[in-house]
Each structure stands twice: as C-alpha cells, then as structure tokens.
Write a protein that binds this ligand. Structure first.
Ligand code: ZN
Length: 178
C-alpha cells in the first residue's frame, strides 16, 4: 500500500546530514520508499522531493515537474526517481530563479543555479541513465541534489533581500509570469 509520508521541516537535523548511497535498489523498502515519495510529492503540489525530506537519509529523489498551484508555469513530465545521482558537467551560465521547498514552508528565494547540467543516475530498475537537463528541470535537480548533501535553498541565496513570503510571491511574482 502506498502511503503519504510526513515531510520534515527546517530545523530537523536529518535535513542537514549527508545522505547515504543506495547499494540495493531492488530492496523492497527502497522500492516502497520510491512509490511513497511519488505519491507524497504529487499530493503536496511539489515538483520534486528528496528522501531526506521524509527522514530517510538516502541518495534518492523524485523529479516531478508539472504545472500546479505552487508552480503554475512548470513543464510537464512523468515523475522520475533518481538514485545515487551525480552532476557530470554543467554550463558556465548561472541563472537566478524563484524556489520554494516543502521543508521550508511559507518562504520563496531567488536562487542562482546552472542553466544546464549533464547528469547520471540509476533509475528505479537500477539502470544507469544519462541526461542533459536545462532551465526549470535542471533547477529542480540541483535543488533536490542539495538535499542529499544536507543543504537547502536558503544556503544558496546571495542576499536575504532575495527572500520573500509565499503570500507575496503569489501576489507579485506568480501573476507577472503567468
Ligand atoms: Zn526542497
């Protein structure tokens, strides 16, 4: 049975740990964790979720870009589990964009990220996948990847002036981009 998992929030020390590599992707607990993360992220209006956010300190996240109430302009894709992911190469271009986090409710920040990245990861069947990601999906990957190293987007903003509340974001920014 797929379960919705409680999401831990900023201040919980698990969010600040370096997550462990997964050796056995076939393990039934890992397979269940993947299914539960997919269900949890879609229920939460998220576009990504990392295992440490549900207090499971493993190198696994879901990238699940789709337009929703929190990200109305997000591109549509199938939710994809990425296990033991790595960034192989990245563009020199860095772009700033607005991010939020299910573990940091109520706050948005303007975060610099590489515009495009070349990545590899194991999929839920253990198969090695290599991809080039750009723009918003590249941003999601980099955000989730940081969770595996104990970082959150607040650590990446250049100034506290680049932080705003979710309510102001919805009123000022989201409307402008729609
Ligand atoms: Zn996050």
């Amino acid at each position: 049975m797929t379960e919705l998992l409680p999401i831990i929030q900023l201040g919980n020390p698990i969010l600040r740990q370096k997550a462990k590599l997964i050796d056995n992707i076939e393990d039934e607990n890992i397979q269940k964790l993947i299914d539960d993360l997919v269900a949890t992220v879609s229920k939460s209006n998220g576009v990504g979720i990392a295992a440490p956010q549900v207090a499971e300190s493993y190198r696994l996240f879901i990238v699940a870009s789709h337009p929703n109430a929190r990200y109305p302009n997000a591109p549509e894709m199938e939710p994809t589990a990425m296990i033991n992911p790595r960034i192989i190469a990245h563009s020199s271009e860095v772009v700033k964009g607005w991010e939020g986090c299910l573990s940091v409710p109520g706050i948005r920040g303007l975060v610099p990220r590489y515009e495009s990245i070349e990545i590899q990861y194991r999929d839920s069947h253990g198969k090695l996948q290599k991809q080039q990601l750009t723009d918003f999906v590249a941003r999601i990957f980099q955000h989730e990847y940081d969770h595996l190293d104990g970082m959150v987007f607040l650590d990446r903003v250049e100034s506290t002036l680049d932080l705003i509340t979710e309510q102001e974001y919805q009123q000022q920014i989201s409307k402008k981009n729609a």
